[in-house]
Design a protein around this ligand. Sequence first.
Ligand SMILES: NC(=O)c1ccc[n+]([C@@H]2O[C@H](COP(=O)([O-])OP(=O)(O)OC[C@H]3O[C@@H](n4cnc5c(N)ncnc54)[C@H](OP(=O)(O)O)[C@@H]3O)[C@@H](O)[C@H]2O)c1
Length: 250
Amino acid sequence: MSDLSRWTDRVALVTGASAGIGEAIAVRLVHEGMRVVGCARRLDRMAHLRARLGARFTPVQADLRDPDAIDDLFDSLDARGLSPAVLVNNAGLARKDSLLDGTREGWREMFDVNVLALCQCTQRAVRGMRANGDDGAVVHISSMAAHRVPVGGNSVYAATKFAVRALTEGLRQELYAAGSAVRVSAVSPGLVETEFPAVYHGSAAAAALAAADFPILHPADVADAVAWILSQPAHVQVHDVLLRPRRQPN
Ligand SMILES: NC(=O)c1ccc[n+]([C@@H]2O[C@H](COP(=O)([O-])OP(=O)(O)OC[C@H]3O[C@@H](n4cnc5c(N)ncnc54)[C@H](OP(=O)(O)O)[C@@H]3O)[C@@H](O)[C@H]2O)c1
């Protein structure tokens, strides 16, 4: 059992909280006593989560492809006294837009959400953390695709996650150079049971045809890793948790 008591009543911003891993992280952090702000485009999905979790969960609609929407999100959180002490950069997607056959739109969406939104959210959140006692944590939901280019996978998606891996170490170095106590970590999962393949393949039916024939991770497994990271004492900085289904071959 993780001890997250140092974060009790503090605010966590979880991007992409309307589904999958982000939803599981939001649920877990509320159960651990945090106040959680979830952001995504699908407000209806987060309204269900609000009904389930109560006032400790605040849904905010934002399209993270839009830099102004990200600034508005952080401005409104600052104005409402909800500046995050913890940022979980979870929102992300893969499109089936390969290098040889894909479109610039597909590549752009992956880079906009997986990389540029992560950079902007990190910059805004860390500024707030440093202004509020220089205490906080940033957790990137990366991927095993940050550690090798999956055969048969999408190398543009892998490129976005290689970027997330570089940005994890880059932020660690910048925080160290600034003398900051804010910590940065990543979780790099293999296959997780979410809507992610349906987005990639364009439909749930196509995703079902391509599904793995072995048990894959549950979103709660990734939420467990985030809780474990946040439970570490202030002198410990977890860098990256690599997490595969036991039977995932690569
Ligand atoms: N599932 C896997 O096998 C797997 C493996 C390794 C890493 N990951 C990573 O885990 C993270 C979460 O993925 P998941 O598996 O939970 O996928 P998911 O079920 O498809 O959920 C993706 C989340 O990202 C949000 N999102 C996507 N585009 C957005 C945008 N433009 N603006 C705001 N929010 C946006 C979605 O919300 P809306 O659609 O409502 O906006 C949704 O809440 C991603 O970073 C992914 O790369 C997943």
